[in-house]
Write a protein that binds this ligand. Structure first.
Ligand SMILES: Nc1ncnc2c1ncn2[C@@H]1O[C@H](COP(=O)(O)OP(=O)(O)O)[C@@H](O)[C@H]1O
Ligand SMILES: [Mg+2]
Length: 231
């Protein structure tokens, strides 16, 4: 099943408009692990934010889980994203006044599901080895712990799709490796579809498939042999 389908997706900014994504056509299968590469400024982040409905579309159409996200009323889009989609960024964007545990539960709290999700939050903290951060605020945590906490937050609602924008960009190689390992595991165990922007070629190749952007155009779309061999 196609979980994402983009047809002639165009994204422009400003007046007069500058076109950043130039009529992209691609789809993503359910359970796929896709990496997106390209030079700085090629449109990778714009692609993630446009596909996920965080940013409006200029023209074309985008279907996520069969829904035209950009045509939904904004309240519905929020709900849809909160429950079906997880986001991880290069910077953690955790709330500074909340503990790791409270941050992880934030998406659940928004829809009053904190209680139902508390044990899953504990499970995720155990899985990602951040139990000892449970009652710590972001200022008391290391870079790797912050990033694993934000991944736990992105997974608390058990999303069908995880979007990650340079999730290892701010980490040393050991912590970057831990994040990659977590992504591979969730993709394998829960068949969560993952779309990950990265400029690290070794990480990009670990996804099953890689889309390479050049100036807002898909220059290549390939299946990575090495990722297939590993499975
Ligand atoms: N909100 C915005 N307003 C205007 N231009 C933008 C905006 N966001 C991104 N851009 C422009 O779009 C281009 C692609 O940016 P981006 O998607 O962030 O690239 P990448 O993530 O590949 O580095 C850049 O030229 C950037 O300046
Ligand atoms: Mg970017």
């Amino acid at each position: 099943m196609k979980i994402i389908e983009c047809k002639d997706m165009v994204k422009s900014f400003g007046h007069p408009p500058v076109t950043i994504l130039k009529s992209l056509n691609f789809s993503v299968d359910e359970g796929e692990f896709l990496s997106v590469t390209g030079r700085s400024g090629s449109g990778k982040s714009t692609l993630l934010y446009t596909v996920s409905g965080l940013d409006p579309l200029t023209s074309g159409s985008v279907y996520v889980l069969g829904e035209e996200v950009h045509r939904m009323p904004s309240r519905e889009t929020h709900e849809f994203r909160n429950q079906k989609i997880g986001f991880v960024f290069q910077f953690h964007y955790l709330l500074p006044e909340l503990t790791a545990f409270e941050n992880i539960l934030m998406p659940a709290r928004k829809i009053k599901m904190e209680k139902q999700k508390a044990s899953y939050a504990v499970e995720l903290m155990h899985e990602f080895e951040i139990e000892k951060c449970k009652d710590k605020t972001p200022a008391q945590m290391s870079g790797g712990e912050l990033q694993r906490t934000s991944i736990a937050r992105s997974l608390i609602m058990e999303p069908r799709i995880l979007f990650a924008d340079e999730p290892t960009g701010n980490l040393d190689s050991e912590n970057g490796e831990r994040v990659m390992h977590i992504f591979e595991k969730i993709n394998k165990n829960f068949s969560t579809t993952i779309i990950m922007v990265t400029h690290e070629p070794d990480f990009a190749k670990r996804a099953r498939r890689t889309i390479h952007l050049t100036d807002g155009v898909i220059e290549s779309d390939v299946v990575n042999i090495s990722s297939k061999r590993k499975k």
